[in-house]
Design a protein around this ligand. Sequence first.
Ligand code: NAD
Length: 411
Amino acid sequence: MSANPLSTALYSLRQAAELAVVDPKVVELLSVPKRTMEFTFPVRMDNGEVKIFTAYRVHWCDALGGFKDGTRFTENLTLDECKALALWMTIKHGVGGIPAGGGKGGVIVDPGKLSEWELERLSRNYMRHLPMKGAWVDVPGADIGTSEKTQGWMLDEYESIVGFHSPAAINDKPTAVSGTLGTDEATGLGVYYVFEQAVKDFGLKNGCSVVVQGFGKVGSVLARYLSENGYKVIATGDIYGAIQSEDGIDCLELDRYVSNTGSVVDFPGTKAISNQEMLEMEVDVLIPAAVQSVITVENASRIKAKLVIEAANGPVTPDAEEILQDKDIPVIPDVAANVGGAIVCHFERIQGLTDEYWDLERVREQLQNWITRAYTKMVSTAREKDISMRMAAWVNALQKIEASVKKRGWV
Ligand code: NAD
């Protein structure tokens, strides 16, 4: 997303609404959050002093289901950021076929400056003071600055408030407290499933070449699956630099190497290149999986890949996408490619509600079914309406939301 993520999201909303011929009243309803919450709560610090923290939670639209999604503990958190992400999640849930509304929130805090005890008290007090919560109301998950540990504390706090077990009330919690298997790999594996299907749809060969920018939580999982399944990862990189090998990099070995060294740099048998060179390589599929805005008007004309898949959020800027379109390079958008994490979060809630816990095979199989279905629907809308896949994903989501809004009689 750009410098002002809320206006970017609202711009896409209006564009897609026009293409999907959505009732203007539905667009009006979707252009504002259902509710925004700003609240403060006290936390006793280790030195005995009480500090007051500011928190937010935004509920965008719950036409498709109860609110769901991440909690950020970051120093620079703003209400506008939470609004943009809540709208984004409303659409993402629609794209993924997930019966949930978009929520986002968090606390203005640098968790790195807290002791373990302070972090626990902060997580518990956030949950205690959060005005609306529960499995059928709003299910907060993890995001930047939060983790399975904070989610475990939040669940425990929630259950002690209501007085009974309620594992579906919090997402991204440890498996020991009724979390789901497969959370760590969900987004990267989801991108891999989309990639597999796209290889067939866009006439690429089994075992084709791939560049993966970013070797973090998403990129490393994706790269491992690519290597394991016979695709040739000819370059990858992180913030410290990039590496290349024409014969393909063994990403399982690279993953072990990165666990020891902290970076892909100097991985034996590879040549050092810059991140920019990596993006501009001759390759079948380019998958940016690091940060936003890495393909811009500045370098888009030099991209030589046959297909781009956005594993990161917003790696291709809107102007750059137009240039890629003119060069006939399709872009599979983030909102469909990286929805795997949100899908598995939904599985976590299903398991909590039924108290029946799935094995990893079932999580993977269901993830593949769900994400491939969403991807296929997007491709067919794009072809049918002759629009970009990004717009097609938004169109599909908006039509779903509009149908629910109308049947509920909201407009
Ligand atoms: P991460 O922090 O684990 O990994 C990011 C990787 O990118 C690291 O290898 C890092 O060194 C590299 N990197 C950072 N800045 C870079 C730069 N300027 N140039 C080149 N490489 C750079 O993050 P992640 O969780 O893997 O997320 C990656 C992207 O995917 C982000 O855009 C994130 O918003 C998006 N995403 C993540 C998830 C998830 O479940 N983790 C879900 C949806 C979307």
